[in-house]
Design a protein around this ligand. Structure first.
Ligand SMILES: CC1=C(CCC(=O)O)c2cc3nc(cc4[nH]c(cc5[nH]c(cc1n2)c(C)c5CCC(=O)O)c(CCC(=O)O)c4C)C(CCC(=O)O)=C3C
Ligand SMILES: [Fe+2]
Length: 383
């Protein structure tokens, strides 16, 4: 499948009309002095209680003030460049973040100066939702506006479709689950639960995620996570012969307690599993592309401590990170979108029941509490 697109036309033609790929991520602090300014960037105007910020700051200080997310993105950049070069795809890859250097506006300025006119964006979030999709589109719109105010003519930006159900995302996660099952002791493994986990978001944000008419309660955000969890459970069953019991749970809740967020929380869920007599669990962080603070602290530190207090054996499975299969998936998604923009109808690879997600978020998709301009959607000003 991975070579299906690269035969025929010359590499230059295959990525037209795009002249660059932009890896767009969250960003994270790289030392103790970065932590407070980073958290100020993240929470600007978002109404997160002071105590929650102090608590989250402590998570970073526990790891020397360094989030692993930037190193993970550097490794992903390397993997993408290696994969592109190995397949004759001559497309430069840039990197910019929402909340820390290299900042998105600076990267887009550099891209403008390098002559980029049409850019495809890979966000390090695989699902629909305000936080995982539209907020990145708002960041793009804001940066493009800032560059225009500087008198520059920035490129047009498009965003790759949600890739949670692409085989290049699902494959590495499935292998991670198999490796974690192997780590559990004999006698535990056979009846362990697969606990899929993702970032909790306000239920109001979940319910309005994606095209609203297409999904019920929980919106596209919950539907997409459930769909990919089913695909992974089935792939694990094919490989092990066991249909493991599984659940989708949530982590890393913030915001004021009176606002409802998606539940159950993973720590409460581990307690319930233990109460029901489950012998152990694999925590599968399907909501995250790489190991960052939500994985290192909320799962590997907090939830793992909770499990050991309960005497419940747990293992945490790997995120996709810079797996070469994910890099190959990004190449396929780039070629697919480029072909679509050239008016062709390329194959759109996806597993599960939902099928490939939309290329363009429809008007009103994943609305914000206060509407802001967003690039790269059907309502984008540059279309
Ligand atoms: C859906 C989702 C993803 C997954 C999609 C994606 O990856 O984009 C994600 C990723 C991340 N979230 C991250 C960090 C933080 N998120 C916060 C706050 C929030 N996240 C939210 C949602 C999500 N977040 C929400 C609804 C809030 C409430 C405030 C608001 O509506 O904005 C806060 C403030 C403190 C707190 O409240 O916890 C921090 C510090 C980091 C970096 C980690 C590192 O440094 O290694 C990453 C990758
Ligand atoms: Fe969206």
């Amino acid at each position: 499948m991975s070579d299906a697109h690269s035969t025929g036309s010359s590499p230059d033609a295959t990525h037209a009309p795009y002249d660059a790929l932009l890896l767009l991520s969250f960003g994270g602090p790289e030392g103790p002095d970065d932590v407070v300014p980073f958290l100020e960037n993240v929470t600007k105007g978002r109404g997160i209680p002071r105590e929650r910020l102090e608590e989250v700051g402590q998570h970073y200080f526990l790891f020397g003030g360094v989030s692993p997310i930037n190193a993970q993105n550097r490794a992903l950049l390397d993997a993408l460049r290696k994969d592109f070069a190995g397949h004759g795809l001559d497309l430069p890859v840039y990197w910019g973040n929402r909340n820390w250097a290299p900042y998105l506006t600076d990267t887009l300025r550099e891209m403008t100066r390098d002559g980029c006119r049409r850019v495809l964006v890979l966000a390090t979030s695989a699902y629909a939702s305000y936080s995982g999709c539209r907020q990145y589109r708002e960041n793009l719109a804001e940066s493009l506006a800032a560059l225009k105010a500087e008198g520059l003519r920035p490129p047009r930006v498009d965003k790759l479709r949600h890739y949670f159900n692409h085989p290049g995302f699902v494959g590495p996660v499935t292998d991670g689950v198999l490796a974690s099952l192997a780590e559990l002791p004999d006698g535990v493994r056979e009846r362990a639960h697969l606990v899929f986990t993702t970032h909790s978001i306000p239920t109001a944000a979940a319910d309005t995620s994606g095209p609203v008419e297409a999904h019920g309660d929980g919106g596209a955000y919950v539907a997409e996570h459930l769909d990919v969890a089913r695909v992974i459970v089935e792939a694990v069953r094919e490989r092990t012969g066991t249909a493991y019991p599984w659940e989708l749970v949530y982590q890393s809740r913030s915001g004021p307690p009176q606002v409802p967020w998606l539940e159950p929380d993973i720590c409460d869920h581990l307690e319930d599993l233990h109460g029901q007599g489950a012998p152990g669990a694999v925590m599968v962080p399907i909501g995250f592309v790489s190991d960052h603070m939500e994985v290192l602290y909320d799962l590997d530190t907090e939830a793992t401590a909770k499990a050991s207090e309960l005497g419940l054996p747990v293992a945490r499975s790997a995120t996709v990170g810079s797996d070469p299969r994910f890099a190959a998936a990004v190449r396929e998604l780039v070629l697919e979108r480029a072909a679509t923009e050239r008016g062709q109808q390329p194959a759109r690879c996806a597993l599960g029941a939902l099928g490939p997600s939309h290329d363009l978020c429809p008007v009103g998709c994943c609305p914000a509490r206060t509407p802001e301009p967003a690039a790269a959607g059907a309502d984008a000003p540059n279309l």
